[in-house]
Design a protein around this ligand. Structure first.
Ligand SMILES: [Fe+2]
Length: 587
């Protein structure tokens, strides 16, 4: 009998998701936001995602052996709750609550999970329910899915789970060992998030934008070191300024922020609008540098010996999506390989909780080679969606999709590309993407202004043939998930300027034929036409929306943008006319 484990995230009030392991195989994983069309699906339960995962696995609730959640009760015998109580003395209600009733949130969450599962037909008394500590779930999602065989350093950085915010440990023979944890409010992810709010973006979402803004600023122009007390071994966030709760919060129109009015007195008013301007670009640069410096020093202190031994690191938690920090980790001479869980935000903890349980029962989980774990749709379903859509789209089934789409792209047109199973995690990796030709001048601006409606200064990223990645980047390191930036070689900066960031780096996806044959074929056709086996790849969504899930979502997005071409499986949808030669033989 196979072991079947359902992992569910969402305990922290954002990013609910579901995942199913059948023995060591991850058969499905999906975020609830994609179904609800509501980014991060705040305060929702993973109902639709659970239904999808069951259907994809071809099983019913009765076939699930274990339900694993990445949120666990925390004992008073550990330092976590005491630390919290001491550090939040200025908010006595919260402080006392941590000591007297510190697992209230957990109990409430279990109640909600039970209610949800029963509504889906689960028998609560027949399933095993297994809570996994939040940071162990993050750790498992990185270490157990890395495929690393040798001893591996494990790092976890996020806002917070139950109480822990930062995790250092190692994995050996499938077992995870803790070395050190830090607790709320001493959180690097939380601090980055608080400054993200100060810079005018949303926490859990805008951190990327701060990182994208940072290269425009001078990190040494303003000294932000007072935000954090750090001696190389321990750190404390300065809660006079950031990671604050209750009365210490800065408020605007009834909304409270995780920074204090004192921060405003020091740095000036909170940033507004879409421009990357002074002094905020310098603050973004300084925050990024502070985050990198402290993280790297902590990594050295707690994990340095293990890294020297094998050179392997597994990294997860929202802080692992900081591709610039990851670039610096890879640049270390003693680092052989870094694996970053592509769904490092809390959605990925559904996978991590499940993989933790599977490994605990002695079954090895497979290496994560791709993230195509969501729903897919065939030509018939695409045609049906087109026929039923209010905009009455013009559509046509075409042959030789990679060849024909490469031609349209190379003529300077962006194309919405919808193929196969939807990606799990925040990055579109060639199944729900908007593509462009990266050597076509102005294509990035065009996609930005007419389709994505996002801030002008945010960079676009490339996907390339795996063999091209080796030529394009200065470092040879696996890059399947857009979790790292790399320095681009001079020649390639000129060949594909539209996907090189201000600082000469690029967050690339090296595509392997084995896991994405059609996307690979498209890249090969681009190489034939333009000389570069590279495309600009950005997620198929508009600003503020989750990535497209269904053909109907894609059509809604298509008609709400200036895009002219949408290819779903073999069905080409156009707004004006089909290319004249679309049905003539090609090549
Ligand atoms: Fe987390």
């Amino acid at each position: 009998m196979a072991l079947t484990v359902l992992g569910l995230s969402g305990a922290l009030g954002h990013d609910p998701s579901a995942a199913i392991y059948v023995d060591g195989k991850l058969v499905a994983a999906v975020e609830e936001e994609r179904f609800l069309r509501d980014k991060h699906a705040k305060n929702k339960m993973p109902i639709e995602s659970t239904k999808f995962c069951l259907a994809q696995a071809g099983i019913t609730p009765r076939d699930i052996d274990v339900v694993a959640v990445p949120y666990a009760p925390i004992s008073l015998a550990t330092p976590a709750r005491w630390h919290y109580a001491k550090r939040y003395w200025y908010a006595p209600d919260r402080s006392l609550d941590a000591l007297l009733n510190g697992n209230r949130r957990y109990r409430r969450y279990v109640g909600r999970i039970r209610e949800m599962l029963e509504s889906l037909g689960f028998d609560w008394n027949k399933i095993e329910f297994e809570p996994v500590e939040h940071h162990l779930a993050h750790a498992s999602s990185a270490y157990h899915l890395s495929g690393f065989k040798e001893k591996t350093a494990i790092m976890g950085i996020d806002g917070k789970g139950e109480y822990a915010t930062t995790f250092f440990g190692y994995g050996e023979n499938g077992k995870i060992h803790k070395i050190k944890e830090f607790y709320d409010p001493d959180s690097l992810g939380g601090l980055y998030g608080a400054i993200t709010e100060y810079l005018g973006f949303d926490m859990l979402d805008g951190e990327y934008k701060v990182m994208g803004m940072a290269p425009y600023g001078d990190p040494d122009k303003y000294d932000l070191s007072r935000l954090i007390k750090f001696d190389g071994k321990n750190f404390e966030v300065n809660t006079d300024y950031a990671n604050v709760i209750g009365l210490r919060r800065y408020k605007e129109k009834g909304r409270g922020f995780y920074f204090s009015p004192k921060l405003i007195d020091w740095l000036g008013p909170r940033r507004k609008g879409d421009m990357a301007d002074d002094p905020y670009i310098h603050y973004a640069a300084a925050m990024q540098k502070l985050y990198e410096d402290v993280s790297l020093k902590l990594m050295d202190y707690y994990l340095g010996d293990i890294i020297k031994e094998t050179g392997l690191i597994a990294f997860s938690g929202g802080g692992a999506l900081n591709v610039k920090l990851n670039q610096k980790i890879i640049a270390r001479p003693e680092v052989k390989e870094l694996f970053v869980q592509p769904a490092s935000g809390d959605a990925g903890t559904a996978v991590g909780a499940a993989s933790y349980v599977v490994e605990k029962r002695g079954i090895k989980v497979e290496k994560m080679e791709h993230v195509y774990l969501g729903p897919s749709f065939n030509n018939e379903q695409v045609i049906e969606a087109c026929e039923q859509h209010a905009e009455k789209p013009k559509f046509l089934q075409i042959d030789n999709v990679p060849q024909r789409i490469a031609k349209i792209l190379s003529e300077g047109n962006p194309v919405a590309w919808f193929q196969g199973r939807m990606e799990f995690g925040p990055r579109a990796l060639g199944h729900r993407s908007i593509l462009g030709c990266p050597s076509f001048k102005g294509i990035a601006d065009r996609i930005n202004e007419q389709i994505k409606f996002r801030e002008r200064w945010r960079p676009f990223c490339p996907s390339m043939l795996d063999r091209v990645a080796k030529e394009m980047f200065k470092v040879d390191h696996p890059a399947p998930f857009m979790t790292f930036t790399f320095e681009v070689n001079e020649e390639w900066k000129e060949r594909v300027p539209e996907v090189v960031h201000e600082d000469g780096t690029s967050r690339g996806q090296a595509v392997k034929q084995e896991f994405n044959p059609r996307y690979y074929a498209l890249l090969e056709e681009m190489e034939k036409r333009t000389g570069n086996g590279v495309v600009l790849n950005t997620s198929l969504n508009r600003r503020g929306e989750p990535v497209v899930c269904t053909p109907t979502d894609a059509l809604n997005m298509f008609f709400g943008s200036d895009l002219q071409y949408l290819i779903m499986e073999d069905i080409l949808v156009v707004k004006a006319e089909f290319p004249a030669d679309i049905q003539e033989p090609i090549n």
